[in-house]
Design a protein. Structure first.
Length: 101
């Protein structure tokens, strides 16, 4: 699964059933505008030049709307647990750190 933000500042989720990767792609948009788009969508915030923190509840809501796998919820839970074990969750556990691509 990955998210993208384009020049129209719309945040989109792609490949919602793929739990083997999670990142954010900036497509023809600068970091300032991308950060504003993330915040406006209630999805998170940029964190430095290479990462973003994505709100897990908001991300789950967006991603589940385009999911097709019957085992999606279990896949989601496993992905979040993996991120927790790797130290990629925020201190409060409400957001996950992802790379910008």
């Amino acid at each position: 699964m990955y998210l993208s933000i384009g020049p129209d500042q719309v945040v989109s989720v792609h490949e919602a059933d793929d739990f083997t990767r999670l990142h954010l792609e900036l497509r023809e948009i600068g970091p300032d505008a991308a950060g504003q788009a993330l915040q406006a969508a209630g999805l998170g915030r940029l964190h430095g030049p290479d990462h973003a923190y994505l709100d897990l509840a908001a991300l789950r809501g967006l991603a589940s709307a385009s999911a097709t796998s019957p085992g999606w919820a279990a896949g989601w839970d496993a992905m979040v647990e993996y991120a927790r074990r790797k130290g990629w969750l925020s201190a409060d556990g409400d957001a996950v750190r992802v790379h910008l691509a």
